[in-house]
Design a binder for this molecule. Structure first.
Ligand code: GMT
Length: 377
């Protein structure tokens, strides 16, 4: 395919959408495209030097006359500047609000015909879509983009139900870099965490927002421990953290739960884990489940959003209903005590990532979408 100049805007800090946007930019650069990140800070996953990746920082001045710093306008202005100076073919933004709306404004300011592609990740629809003060702006961002993708069929359906845009949505599932997320040898890590060799390890990774239901993770784990000698790794941080710490103490499992905070090199943590728990009440995709599966770790996930699009019950993982703590614990114990079932799910988890979510397939889908946008100009 022709090599393109592609602008990318996302929230660059920790979070699934920022991870996916940054990994996509890196892989597009490896395909020979020129990639321009237009963000408020360097995306945290941009941890390697690429000669064809550029970073344009959005700076927002805090003038005392303004009650709120004008981030969206500064972003649109920066987008216009980069569209014109770098002669961008495509501007790919992640989130309808504010990024798609800023892209449309930036394109107008630049008086350009740049193609706008918007990817919906969930929070913009499943949370903001319920806020009547934003729905018209979200619909505008979607309808005025050349193409809009959603990270799961579930999210596409929910977008139609909540926002009713006059636009068809393409579903392009998320991916991970399978060169990074693979089972690695971490011989002393279990010992470093004072986890016995024969102890099982359960892991949960999230931003500890209420929707992640980390309380259910902890309660399920307490029940698992009644039957299986195990430790729980809690990775990440967020608003529910202090409630969860208290719950762990109340349940009397403080010696068996390790709070690891935000971590890089998750592949090493997945590689010492046996099962991942993702028990959210809303989850448009569930990138962390894919990361774990790519390291051969089966996931117990809830029957919500995009999770059943990556986990097929008892084939490559296990599905439970939201809030079914007893069911989660029973199924986790069964999985941990049945080596044949465990081996089958672990092998199939890895295969699913390679067959259905391989980065080369997903990146090609985005490239094809960009090519279609440019053909229709
Ligand atoms: O999960 C979060 O709270 C972060 C959020 C984000 O916007 O970065 O993640 C959303 O996008 C990810 C990447 O597409 C998805 O894997 C997550 O499922 C989705 N989160 C929710 O829908 C709650």
């Amino acid at each position: 395919m022709m090599k393109l100049k592609i602008g990318i805007t996302c929230y660059p800090t920790v979070g699934g959408s920022g991870v996916v946007a940054t990994e996509l930019g890196k892989l597009l650069a490896e395909e020979g495209h020129e990639v321009h990140f237009i963000t408020s800070s360097i995306p945290f996953r941009l941890n390697k030097m690429y000669s064809n990746i550029y970073f344009h920082q959005v700076e927002v001045n805090n003038y005392s006359v303004f009650q709120y710093p004008p981030y969206d306008i500064a972003l649109a202005n920066k987008m216009a500047e980069v569209i014109k100076r770098e002669n961008l073919d495509i501007l790919h933004v992640h989130y309808a609000i504010p990024h798609a709306v800023c892209a449309i404004l930036g394109k107008q300011i630049a008086k350009s015909s740049v193609g706008i592609v918007t990817t919906l990740h969930g929070t913009d629809i499943t949370v903001l879509g319920f806020d009547p003060s934003l729905t018209d702006a979200i619909r505008f961002g979607i309808e005025q983009s050349d193409r809009v993708t959603a990270v799961s069929n579930s999210l596409a359906k929910q977008t139609h139900e909540l926002i009713s845009p006059d636009k068809s949505l393409d579903v392009i599932h998320n991916f991970i870099d399978e060169r990074v997320y693979r089972k690695v040898s971490a011989p002393s890590l279990k010992q470093d965490y004072k986890i016995a060799k024969d102890e099982k390890v359960l892991i949960h990774v999230s931003n500890f927002r209420a929707v992640k239901r980390v309380g259910d993770v902890v309660e399920s784990f307490a029940k698992v421990r009644e039957k299986v000698n195990a430790k729980l790794l809690l990775v990440g941080d967020g608003p529910e953290m202090s409630t969860i710490c208290k719950k762990v103490t109340t349940l009397g499992i403080a010696d068996h739960v390790l709070f690891l905070g935000k971590q890089d090199n998750l592949e090493a943590l997945y590689s010492i884990s046996d099962v991942m728990l993702l028990l959210s009440e809303k989850e448009s995709f569930g990138l962390v489940a894919l990361e774990a599966m790519s390291c051969g770790v089966p996931c117990i996930g809830t029957n919500v959003g995009g999770i059943p699009e990556l986990i097929t019950d008892r084939k490559n993982g296990i599905i439970c209903e939201v809030g079914d703590i007893v069911g989660v614990a029973r199924k986790a114990v069964e999985l941990l005590n049945d080596p044949l079932l465990y081996e089958a799910l672990s092998r199939q988890a890895l295969l699913s990532v390679q067959q259905d979510f391989h980065s080369s397939k997903i990146v090609k889908k985005y490239e094809d979408l960009y090519a279609e946008v440019l053909r229709n100009k």
